[in-house]
Design a protein around this ligand. Sequence first.
Ligand code: NDP
Length: 322
Amino acid sequence: KVVCVTGASGFIASWLVKLLLARGYSVVATVRSLGDPKKTEHLLALDGAKERLSLFEANLIEDGSFDSAVKGCVCVFHTASPVQFIVDDPQAQLIDPAVKGTLNVLNSASKVPSLRRVVLTSSMASVLFGAKVPVFGDVVDETWFSDPTVCQKRNSWYCVSKTMAEDAAVKFSQENDMDLVVINPGFVIGPILQPTLNNTSKRFMNFIKTGEDVFSDRVYILVDVRDVAIAHILAFEKPEANGRYCVVGNVSSEIMKIVEKLYPTIDHSRRYKDSKGVESLIYSVSRVKTEGLGVEFTPLEVGTCAGEESVGPRNGGSGAWV
Ligand code: NDP
């Protein structure tokens, strides 16, 4: 079975490619630039890559760029989207690649007779920031939808881009009778396969090292990258999968206690100062766990710890902290 992964060089997508190859799939991986070995070497080194991985160059903002990559695929995993939090030109740097890029990919996919399903990587950013301001004790689930105006007021153009992209994808799928399943991960942590740190891993690393609070909106929702990748795969493999899935492994200020235990020599006073009084929401993960996909979440300690054997070379990880 041939499947396509867009933005394959990325943090989440690299794990997705690795686990798809391990499951016996043939994978067509799209990257923005084939000329940069840093974007492809780690993919080419994966088990099974020699036999079953092919690389294509494709850019979200070029119409028809994905046409050749998706040909003959049974599933397109569309993960590519810019993950940037500081931008000069939100339209060009975030919104166009996210929204037009998603429509570009879906349009290419819609022309493929072998296609069974598209799995879209959205985000909890497209879930949490609606008109209703969440308060302590609220149960967040897949019925919550962010509103781009609210995201904009919070000054989060990334949130605008993800919310608009998911909306556009759902609309496209309805108009074109396309089977679409949406994955909405929380903040993703865990070992990296790619040689350079992606932006969210950088922020999380900085949080561990300096105590600078990455979770400025006080929403602590963490999920291991391997669980996110598995959720994508199960979203394709389970015929009954449908709609969207909040993929949130751990919700907590627990992270503070774990980081302190793992790295006792670091001064944690600032982190504690910043995190006191954190208000927690309750996240319903019944769709992604028991009721639906059957994802078993990796414990937070494993995703956070560099020394754990399970996040090191045994799983193909770099052994890095995040
Ligand atoms: P990465 O930055 O590692 O991956 C993003 C990928 O998108 C990269 O491969 C990047 O290519 C590609 N991309 C960006 N712009 C373009 C473009 N114009 N044309 C082609 N490819 C492009 O981030 P993550 O792995 O963290 O994110 C992957 C997906 O998961 C995104 O959709 C993100 O919104 C979503 N997500 C991430 C979360 C997280 O905590 N990390 C949480 C929830 C959702 P290049 O390497 O060339 O820049």
